[in-house]
Write a protein that binds this ligand. Structure first.
Ligand code: CP
Ligand code: NVA
Length: 302
């Protein structure tokens, strides 16, 4: 594993190795054990979109591992004035030990990896959010003991979260069901792959999707960059929300997950959000541990 560009590129073993290391790093941090595995290493973090969790967890994670990080807003870099990503990649590779990038096009992340000579981590594109899904799988393992044989249900837009959850879920032995409106399905390559690989359903019936689910997941109706579509999307997604009625068809002990930020009373009711806040914020915490494991795997160390 040289980069983390999308979960498609990882084997089941690579995913499980990251999750096992993440569990260990979480244990060590909880018990005050130091793990300065990336002493002297520097991570550059390019952002073309806003972030709370990704930025802060990567910065804190690099610090805890003994390294450092640089927040690089694309609007302050020459890349924001049109310097090609191919040149940015070759320059940054000479200063840094790794790059995390949050941007729009998956192709930009892939180009950074192709032209640079250091590990590249996808911190969210319109297509994928692998770091989030590693934290999600870690959380499911914590609450359910395993991912194998568990049912993951995703309700909402067939966006970056849906694409990565399908791939991560199927690769780790889950059955995955997506409930989304007509015209908002996840990427066709992802759904075709999922159908050929495992137990996968994409339906407009959210109750069918959530039936007997062990984990129910949702995300915003309009992702970053889709702000001008909000009015149309609020109309198209009005029935695609996680409510107590929906949860009544899931397993009694089902967890509810959300990548955050959440829009209460849109994709999830306040009632369900607060009932499952422990899980949702554990999931947010797990971004830190899962990303530290990715950093250790890619930048050296254990
Ligand atoms: N879930 C997530 O990636 O959060 P941020 O947008 O705050 O980084
Ligand atoms: N789908 C959301 C996820 C945010 C973490 C977005 O892209 O805005």
């Amino acid at each position: 594993m040289k980069h983390l560009l999308k979960l498609f590129d990882l084997t089941e073993k690579e995913i499980n190795d990251i999750l096992n290391l993440a569990d260990q790093l979480k244990y060590e941090r909880k018990h005050g054990l130091s793990h300065r595995l990336l002493e002297g290493k520097m991570l550059g973090m390019i952002f073309r979109k806003s972030s709370t969790r990704t930025r802060v967890s990567f910065e804190a994670g690099m610090y805890q591992l003994g390294g450092g990080s640089l927040f690089l807003s694309a609007s302050d870099l020459q890349i924001g004035r049109g310097e090609p990503v191919q040149d940015t990649a070759r320059v940054l590779s000479r200063y840094l030990d790794g790059i995390m990038i949050r941007t729009f096009a998956q192709e930009e992340v892939e180009a950074l990896a192709e032209y640079g000579s250091i590990p590249v981590i996808n911190g969210l594109t319109d297509y994928a959010h692998p770091c989030q899904v590693l934290a999600d799988l870690m959380t499911i393992r914590e609450y359910k003991g395993t991912t194998k044989g568990k049912k993951l249900c995703y309700i909402g837009d067939g966006n970056n979260m849906a694409n990565s959850l399908i791939v991560g879920g199927i690769k780790t032995g889950m059955s995955v069901a997506v409930g989304c409106p007509n015209g908002y399905e996840p990427d066709a390559i992802v759904t075709d792959w999922a159908k050929s690989k495992g137990d996968f359903l994409c339906t407009q019936d959210i109750f069918e999707a959530a039936k007997d689910a062990d984990a129910v997941y949702t995300d915003v109706w309009a992702s970053m960059g889709m702000e001008e579509e909000i009015i149309r999307r609020k109309n198209d997604f009005s029935e695609y929300k996680v409510t107590s009625k929906l949860m009544s068809v899931a397993k009694n002990d089902a967890v509810v997950l959300h990548c955050l930020p959440a829009h209460r009373e849109e994709e999830i009711t306040t009632e369900i959000f607060e009932q499952h806040a422990d899980e949702i914020f554990e999931e947010a915490e797990n971004r830190l541990h899962a990303q530290k494991a990715v950093l250790v795997k890619l930048l050296g160390g254990r």
